[in-house]
Design a protein around this ligand. Structure first.
Ligand SMILES: Cc1cc2nc3c(=O)[nH]c(=O)nc-3n(C[C@H](O)[C@H](O)[C@H](O)COP(=O)(O)OP(=O)(O)OC[C@H]3O[C@@H](n4cnc5c(N)ncnc54)[C@H](O)[C@@H]3O)c2cc1C
Length: 450
């Protein structure tokens, strides 16, 4: 029996972050991180092992951060617990005072006939699997990606860069439909099609065809498409079987039930990341969001509050902040989309702008940025932001996340003091966050006057 003060299950972003935060908050405690895989990966980098990175090894999450922080690492699978003793496969027992469950998520495997055929792949966060995936993709001629969420479009883009013929099939009427409003999904579709992909929206794969190895798919309606390499990316589901064996309450499909401090139904046991429930930051309802942005915030809170509530600030609810890049177009979203606001029955005003992210616009690396902001009609707080354009999108969307989390109003944003520089930002007169906000204020003024 080995004893630790703190045990963390999971070597993904949430687990590592929880362990490091625990070290920062409780310098004298002994901490162990237990994970299944010998080699951990940076999950967000997985699409880029196809082409942009020269090997899967370039996407390894280094263990140096654990070593530097005096966190022990045990490779093994946790099977369950007896009281405060974790039982690992092989029989090893680890005693803990506090436990963080960060067991993550696994890809959804839809029940489509033929999915077991050779050449049909899921997107697994697994080093050996991805090495074989990368290797066999090199011989592929026609790649078919099922699923037009952000992972599917990133995969399609990488296969295009690798010179493959690519078809992307998405069931919904637009790409990125669960994350962004359709006008942004349409930009992604144009970008992929412009690079030679065939994009089919509103299409449903009914069967993977071929004898033994995949040879293509049949869509609802009867159309057949040839493909010798298929990637199925239709979502992820939280890993809850371990949590159930540990005796903590879970909500099926959503995660381990946690409070604002990531505490589960069992004293001394916390959960964070993809396996933990998230709450919509406006309605408090359970949200099916699995992103590194939420996982890291939850991991930080769990680690910091293991023995007492040190960080009095609780988890504000998930903002769903993320950014991606397809071809030359970067996209970002945080907070509510217009569709989500409508579904929730919220009253809102939309402000939009189109501007350039350098000034004057003829400078190198200048790109057009399209921003859409959603303001609450009566409280005037920012509800959500979406944008597309050049690489500046990545950081601008984070600024908007801070604004939303701090519940700033349109009038406060209108008077923000923004630092600008020709080579780095939009012009002070054309700053997208301000201009989209002013557009929203003007609509509200007009509505009040009428
Ligand atoms: C291809 C891809 C691209 C992505 N891109 C982005 C992006 O650009 N931006 C973004 O915000 N998010 C992105 N995400 C989502 C993000 O990666 C996840 O939200 C994040 O990985 C969640 O971290 P986690 O630590 O909760 O879980 P995981 O990363 O799933 O880690 C779970 C860990 O738990 C371990 N584990 C599970 N069960 C046991 C057990 N019984 N015993 C021991 N160990 C166990 C696993 O081995 C693993 O180490 C992407 C995801 C994928 C798959």
């Amino acid at each position: 029996m080995t004893r630790y003060d703190v045990a963390v299950i999971g070597g993904g972003p949430a687990g590592v972050q929880a362990a490091v935060s625990a070290r920062n908050a409780y310098p004298t405690k002994t901490i162990v991180l237990i994970r299944k895989e010998q080699i951990a990966l940076i999950p967000c980098g997985i699409p880029y092992v196809i082409h942009s990175l020269s090997s899967v090894d370039d996407d390894i999450l280094p263990d140096a951060m654990l070593e530097k922080n005096g966190i022990d690492l045990i490779i093994g699978e946790v099977m369950g617990r007896t009281g405060n003793d974790l039982i690992l496969s092989g029989g090893t027992e680890i005693r803990f005072e506090r436990l963080v469950v960060a067991a993550g998520s696994t890809p959804v495997k839809p029940k489509i006939p033929g999915i077991e055929k050779d050449g049909v792949h899921l997107v697994k966060k697994d080093y050996e699997y991805l090495k074989a995936f990368r290797q066999s993709s090199k011989n592929a001629h026609h790649v078919l990606v099922v699923g037009g969420g952000y992972i599917g479009v990133e995969m399609a883009d990488e296969f295009l860069k690798a010179g493959k013929a690519v078809t992307l099939v998405e069931m919904q009427p637009a790409l990125l439909r669960n994350a962004m409003d359709p006008e942004f999904g349409d930009v992604v579709q144009d970008e992929l099609e412009g690079r030679g992909a065939e994009v089919i929206t509103g299409g449903r794969v009914e069967e993977f065809t071929g004898d033994g190895s995949v040879a293509g798919v049949t869509l609802a309606g009867g159309r057949s498409i040839n493909a010798d390499f298929v990637v199925v990316s239709v979502g992820f589901t939280p890993n809850l079987s371990l949590a159930e064996r540990l005796g903590v309450d879970v909500r099926k499909d959503y995660g381990v039930i946690v409070d604002e401090y990531m505490r589960t139904s069992q004293d001394g046991i916390f959960a964070a990341g993809d396996c933990a429930t998230k709450f919509n930051c406006y309605t408090g309802e359970c949200a099916r969001v699995m992103l590194a942005s939420s996982a890291m915030a939850q991991g930080r809170l769990a680690g910091a509050n293991l023995y007492e509530i040190k960080v009095v600030k609780s988890f504000a609810g998930t903002l769903g902040a993320f950014a991606t890049k397809v071809g030359d177009v970067a996209l970002g979203v945080v907070g509510l989309t217009e569709q989500q606001a409508q579904d929730m029955g919220m009253h809102y005003v939309v402000g939009t702008t189109k501007g350039v992210d350098r000034h004057p616009r003829k400078l190198p690396n200048a790109s057009i940025v399209h921003m859409k902001l959603l303001y609450a009609r009566y409280s005037h707080t920012l509800l959500g932001a979406q944008m597309c354009g050049g690489d500046s999108v990545g950081e601008q969307i984070n600024t908007l996340g801070v604004i939303i989390q701090n519940k700033m109003t349109d009038m406060e944003i209108d008077t923000l003091q923004i630092g600008t520089h020709p080579l780095l930002t939009s012009s002070p007169l054309g700053f997208p966050i301000i201009n989209a906000t002013v557009d929203s204020i003007m609509k509200w003024y007009k509505a009040v006057e009428n």
